[in-house]
Design a protein around this ligand. Structure first.
Ligand code: 13P
Ligand code: SF4
Length: 311
């Protein structure tokens, strides 16, 4: 069995220096991982940090599509991830061959893909978006252009409402954001009348309809920090509460539970596969490593760069 140093944080720090590595962590990581990271952010912020990273090694504490995006944007770095099994239900719900078949049925549609998808799906797309810039990306198309939006149907439906345009929607969902409990939300609002409801657009429409503010992970964080409200009911992965507590120390933060009583449904099971122990091993062994066929990488880069150019 693997033996780990008693001072794991110190050992990670030493390896980070020896390897000339940068540690990027998503807001949905465990607090101890967020605290040891060089950069914490949402998927767009982390993609930008990865793109400009000049360290030899990027240790990406997030899920596979995020680490893959880092490799696509910055191929000369060694990109490692603590656990290769850290997937995403949205990415696995949209296999590239199935998307190709849908494109054949809708040949006059432009394909906008949410960044939560594989490199192969990115390579089939005209442009990528994240939840931070999705509205801007959709609005960059002329009113007569037809759009196929993949893979998140909830984000897609919300974008239809925001932009007033109809799109063909792929029908995948996030297994975390689809499970928030509407009945609990109604109860919590009655119990905390001054609380604002903040929600990620991956939530189901019945939750989004009750939200005071909808936005990406970083937008929710900024809203909680800058709003005058004393309390917030938070409808997204509960890892974000760590930074919310730091940014808004006096405010009450109430995580919205999932459907089942006493489950950890508001924690992403993929994100939570990452641990400090696996980070230590990844930096020590430079494995598991993201590798990609160069032709696929180049094709996936085109729609990502179009997104980056929009800001
Ligand atoms: P963000 O773009 O807000 O980081 O969302 C990524 C994600 O996976 C949400 O579930
Ligand atoms: Fe994917 Fe949902 Fe986990 Fe985000 S929270 S990585 S969308 S499964």
């Amino acid at each position: 069995m693997e033996r780990f140093p008693s001072d794991l944080l110190g050992a990670i720090d030493d390896l980070r220096r020896e390897r000339n590595a940068i540690i990027l962590a998503h807001y949905y990581q465990e607090p101890d991982i967020q605290d040891v990271a060089d950069v914490i952010g949402d998927s767009l912020q982390l993609a930008k940090a990865a793109q400009k990273a000049d360290a030899d090694v990027i240790l990406f504490c997030g899920v596979h599509f995020m680490a893959e995006t880092a490799k696509i944007l910055n191929p000369d770095r060694i990109v490692v991830i603590p656990d290769m099994a850290a997937g995403c239900s949205l990415a696995s719900g949209c296999p590239a061959p199935a998307l190709r078949r849908m494109k054949e049925r809708l040949p006059d549609h432009k394909v906008v893909s949410y960044i939560n998808c594989s490199a192969a799906v990115k390579a089939e797309s005209d442009i990528i978006c994240t939840s931070s810039n999705a509205e801007r990306v959709i609005n960059s198309f002329g009113p007569d252009e037809k759009i196929l939006f993949a893979p998140d149907r909830n984000l897609g439906a919300w974008l239809q409402k925001r932009t007033g345009r109809t799109m063909a929607l792929w029908q995948s969902t996030c297994i975390v954001h689809e499970t928030f409990n509407e009945r609990k939300l109604i109860e919590l609002r009655v119990r905390h009348p001054k609380a604002k409801v903040v929600a990620h657009p991956e939530c189901e429409p019945n939750i989004l309809d009750k939200a005071d503010f909808i936005g990406s992970t970083s937008a929710l964080l900024t809203y909680v920090e800058t709003s005058d409200a004393p309390a917030f009911i938070v409808a997204t992965e509960s890892g974000i509460l760590h930074q919310m507590k730091k940014a808004a120390p006096g405010k009450e933060l109430i995580p919205l539970p999932g459907m089942q009583e006493n489950c950890a449904c508001n924690e992403c099971p993929f994100m939570r596969l990452n641990t400090l122990e696996k980070m230590f091993l990844a930096l020590r062994d430079l494995q598991p490593r993201i590798e990609m066929d160069e032709d696929l990488r180049r094709r996936a880069l085109v729609p990502l760069e179009r997104m980056m150019a929009l800001g």
